[in-house]
Ligand binder design. Structure first.
Ligand code: GDG
Length: 472
């Protein structure tokens, strides 16, 4: 295969296990092709230190066979591109939260400026036969900006978050511009069939695109291939971590500590899409309805800090803290706290042991592109005595993980009953469900995801010459 160039908002050194499964999976292909990974350095340069909008210094680092190239952002670019448009408009709207979107026009200007900056800095580093894979909502117009500079390479895009139905998408000022930008790609991938269907209905109704069959759509003088490529995890890596000494030690420590109770676990970035307050309400409802669970069930909720400079995030933090406090205040005993809540990031090596020691995982987002925690929990279980996954039907993962206990997280009573059912489930049923879920996550693991997307991209129609991309 030609050299792979990956572009995403943040880059990670694929050699470090803390980087996570995605970096490891992309790292394999990047390594094998002597690839390049391009993104923001994470550094913000204040105006007083010379940070100017639309400009940024490049840093280059070699990580094994992979070249990591990162770019600093000025304070103004960071605030409008990252906090303002990406996380203040696209994230909430794509998660169906129009009420949380802040449609300020300066934000979109910053979003365009940073995508142009990325294109300008990346363009000189590209070779004619590169395969370029761009990730996520921060960089939707990047291919269009690269095409405007004359790039004719195959370019693919993968959206890690959901794509909402056309009427919700249409609430974004300039939504037609965003979707038109997707036609600069050769392949556009979504997490689920539902997201893919939303794309199809949007381009048909709003862009009057012509359906060429096999997922191909034609509009704006261009053809794009669209499809669902549900992301997976590196299952074997996770099974290995759960069985490694640190994983076992963590699991045994948790089991010793909670020997008289069943553990429930939740691991999420602290984000309003994850449905954390609703989860706490459902857990409280379960304690209220089923007094026999008092003293016998403890929920460990890890909420790792995330995007603390966006105001909707501090609201969710206060709501969650107050709910956990009131559950412990109302139900706790001298020797039992129903909820252990941690607003902290836990080391990655400790997660598999924590998952394995838990009888139930609560993965109940209000909306999620996929949700990898659901798959990590399954991979970490003891197949002879596995825990039960309670999963929101609104996570992309629910399309694949049909044998989980699927819940509607807005239905507090229904979710409370499902949690109770999970705590009671006999071992034969747990084993049968786990076996079949493991088959699915093994078949559609992160390597399948990577290979099937890149295979589609390599086989996609080559760029048409003579129809230059008109600047957006
Ligand atoms: C986006 C989409 C889609 C969490 N807390 C800690 C920690 N984590 C790790 C988990 C998991 C990852 O972060 C979270 O992945 P999710 O998929 O659950 O969610 P998002 O971060 O919102 O990711 C999502 C994903 O992209 C991939 O396409 O599935 O729908 O929203 O790996 O384990 N890791 C460590 N400490 C923590 O405290 N080390």
């Amino acid at each position: 295969m030609s050299r792979l160039v990956v572009v995403s908002n943040r880059v990670a050194d694929p050699r470090k296990t803390a980087a996570g499964g995605l970096a490891v999976a992309l790292g394999d292909v990047l390594n094998n092709t002597g690839g390049l990974w391009f993104g923001w350095s994470g550094k913000v340069i204040e105006e007083a230190d010379g940070g100017k909008p639309g400009e940024g210094k490049l840093h280059t680092q070699q990580a094994g066979g992979v070249k990591l190239v990162t770019l600093d952002l000025s304070r103004q670019d960071h605030d409008s591109f990252y906090a303002g448009y990406s996380n203040g408009v696209l994230w909430p709207v794509f998660h169906y939260r129009l009420d949380l979107a802040d449609f300020e026009s300066a934000h979109i200007a910053g979003y365009r400026r940073v995508n142009q900056l990325f294109a300008r800095k990346l363009h000189p580093l590209l070779r004619d036969d590169d395969i370029i894979w761009i990730h996520d909502y921060h960089l939707i117009p990047l291919a269009a900006e690269l095409r405007a500079l004359g790039c004719t390479q195959r370019i693919g895009f993968f959206l890690h978050i959901p794509l909402p139905p056309p009427l919700i998408l249409a609430a974004i000022p300039g939504h037609d511009w965003l979707i038109r930008a997707l036609f600069a790609y050769n392949v556009v991938g979504f997490q689920s069939n539902a997201d893919h269907a939303h794309f199809c209905s949007y381009v048909e109704a709003e862009a009057h695109a012509q359906n060429l069959g096999d997922g191909r759509w034609r509009a704006f003088n261009r053809t794009v291939q669209a499809g669902a490529f549900p992301i997976g995890i590196d299952v074997e890596e996770f099974v290995g971590l759960a069985n490694a000494p640190e994983g076992r030690e963590m699991c045994e420590r948790m089991r010793r500590e909670y020997s008289r109770r069943k553990l429930l676990v939740g691991v999420d970035r602290l984000d309003y899409s994850k449905g954390l307050p609703q989860r706490m309400l459902a857990f409280r409802e379960m304690l209220q309805r089923y007094p026999e669970t008092h003293r016998s069930a403890t929920l460990i909720q890890i909420a790792s800090p995330s995007r603390e400079d966006v105001s909707a995030y501090s609201d969710i933090l206060h709501q969650l803290e107050s709910l956990c406090g009131s559950i412990n205040g109302n139900f706790g005993e001298l020797d039992w706290m129903p909820v252990r809540y941690m607003h902290r990031t836990v080391a990655r090596a400790r997660l598999p042991g924590l998952y394995r020691a838990s009888s139930v995982a609560l993965v109940t987002p209000l909306r999620d592109g996929m949700n990898l925690v659901a798959k990590e929990f399954l991979a970490a279980q003891d197949p002879q005595d596995p825990g039960v996954l309670v999963l929101s039907r609104f996570a992309g993962a629910a399309e694949q993980l049909r044998e989980a206990l699927l819940v509607n997280p807005y239905d507090i009573e229904g979710t409370a009953n499902a949690i109770h059912l999970a705590l009671q489930m006999p071992v034969e049923e747990r084993r049968a469900r786990h076996q079949s879920l493991m088959r699915t996550i093994r078949e559609f693991d992160v390597h399948w995801w990577c290979d099937s997307f890149l295979d589609t991209l390599v086989k996609a129609e080559a760029e048409e010459t003579g129809t230059p991309w008109l600047r957006l």
